[in-house]
Design a binder for this molecule. Structure first.
Ligand SMILES: CC(C)(COP(=O)(O)OP(=O)(O)OC[C@H]1O[C@@H](n2cnc3c(N)ncnc32)[C@H](O)[C@@H]1OP(=O)(O)O)[C@@H](O)C(=O)NCCC(=O)NCCS
Length: 163
C-alpha cells in the first residue's frame, strides 16, 4: 500500500498532467476527450471532485467523480503504470466513495472498456457489479461495460408492500 502518497484535491495546475494521463492510460486508441480544458472545468465544478496522489509534475494517480442528487458517477480513475498493484487505485476509489456516501449518494456508476480486464477485476473486487454490455460505446470503436455499486437502499427503492 502506498501510504506515503497523500491524496489531495487537484488544483487547476494539475489539469494538463491529468489530461495526459487520461489520454495515455484510459483513452488510448480513442479520440482524446479529456483535454486540459475539460479537466480544468471538472476541477472548478462544485458537483465534481478531482482527487490526485503525488506532487504536481509527478502524479501517481487521479480520480474524477461527479455527484448528482443521489447518483454519483466515477468518470475517470487511473494509476501510473509504475505505481499499480500497490493499493493506490483502491485508496483513490475509497476516498471518492466516502465523499459520495457523505453527500447522500445511493449509487455509484462507472464504465470501462469491455476488454479492460484489470479495471473490471478491480471494480468487481470493490463490490461493483456489471449491469450491461454496450456495443461500440466508446466512439463506436470499443465495447463498454456499465457497472454500479449500491451504497444504501432507501424506502423509495423498495417494492410496494404486498408486491
Ligand atoms: C484499474 C487501476 C486503476 C487499478 O489501480 P491499482 O492501483 O493497480 O489497483 P489496486 O492496487 O488498488 O488493486 C486492488 C485490486 O484490484 C484487482 N486488480 C487491480 N489491477 C489488476 C490487474 N491488472 N489484473 C487483475 N486484477 C487487478 C486486484 O484484485 C487488486 O488486488 P491485489 O493487487 O491484492 O491482487 C489501474 O490498473 C489503471 O490505472 N488502469 C488503467 C486506467 C483504467 O483502466 N482505469 C479504469 C477505467 S476509468
Amino acid at each position: 500500500m502506498r501510504t506515503e502518497l497523500a491524496l489531495r484535491l487537484a488544483t487547476p495546475a494539475d489539469a494538463p498532467e491529468i489530461a495526459l494521463m487520461s489520454r495515455d492510460t484510459i483513452e488510448q486508441g480513442l479520440p482524446w476527450s479529456w483535454r486540459p480544458q475539460r479537466v480544468a472545468r471538472a476541477i472548478r465544478d462544485a458537483n465534481t471532485n478531482v482527487v490526485v496522489a503525488g506532487p504536481p509534475g509527478a502524479l501517481a494517480g487521479f480520480g474524477i467523480m461527479s455527484y448528482l442528487d443521489t447518483d454519483a458517477h466515477l468518470l475517470l480513475l487511473a494509476v501510473h503504470p509504475l505505481c499499480r498493484r500497490e493499493g493506490l487505485g483502491s485508496a483513490i476509489l475509497e476516498w471518492l466513495e466516502d465523499v459520495a456516501r457523505t453527500a447522500g449518494a445511493k449509487r455509484i456508476r462507472v464504465e470501462a472498456r469491455r476488454d479492460n480486464v484489470a479495471a473490471r477485476t478491480f471494480y468487481n473486487e470493490h463490490a461493483y457489479h456489471e449491469r450491461a454490455i454496450r456495443a461500440a460505446m466508446y466512439s463506436g470503436l470499443a465495447d463498454g461495460v456499465r457497472m454500479e455499486k449500491w451504497l444504501r437502499v432507501g424506502d423509495d427503492d423498495l417494492p410496494p408492500a404486498g408486491a
